[in-house]
Design a protein around this ligand. Sequence first.
Ligand code: 13P
Ligand code: ZN
Length: 270
Amino acid sequence: MKDILSAPFMVEMIRTTTNMYAHGWDERNGGNISMLLDEAEVKEYLDIDTVLRSISTGFSAPELEGRYFLVTGTGKYFKNVQYAPDVNLGLVRLSHGGRTAKVLWGFSDGGRFTSEFPAHMMSHVVRLRVDPANRVIMHCHPTNLLAMTYVYDLNERAFTRTLWQMCTECIVVFPDGVNVLPWMLCGTNEIGEATAEKMKTSRLVVWAQHGIYGAGKDLDETFGLIETAEKAAEIYMKIAHLPRVNTITDEQMHLLEKRFDVKARDGYLD
Ligand code: 13P
Ligand code: ZN
């Protein structure tokens, strides 16, 4: 059996949480990540028949029966993942129609998966339907996106268009735009269901006055998605109080669509 700490999925997870902390997106225990793994890759590092303990999830997700996830722990700090991965992360397999998570590795101080597990698992269900290659759900608290939700209309079309206008590459990176949820109580099945509903039409879901969710096929892509939206929000927050003299026009956005072979969300461009 190979050392799980050398597994590519583990190395990537440690690098990503460390990098997210360095970006200031994950103060204290802020943020959480879940990554879908194949049974075949897990088997290289763990005896999948050895279950350390079972934890009730509080929701059902029959579509995820038997699926494996590497997930961050609740109350754990991203900055510490690199020093104690087995305490701050866990590897679980869902059973009983998603109502139970069997811990196969990690959460070694008796901890459990993130309080946002419902939002993660429900979002995985939806994104896997849209794109079977989706493996990662990532939540964090990027400063400028969060700031923008205090001073900008939460209308999804308006929010998306403004982000697209802030950097030329935005419409190319997230042509499906960003969806936005009003402030809701976090860590509940309700916000999980609402997030998953929003994930049907976009890989980015802003939680007003809280943070953002991103979905993607791997950690790098999902990180890059949030990074691009956050960069756009940063530019917006720098210029919001200044007169806007220039912008990226809808005509130019259409040129970007053609050049990069992407299709902007229906009805979002004039
Ligand atoms: P957890 O520590 O439970 O992952 O919660 C952090 C967070 O960002 C809640 O939204
Ligand atoms: Zn959060």
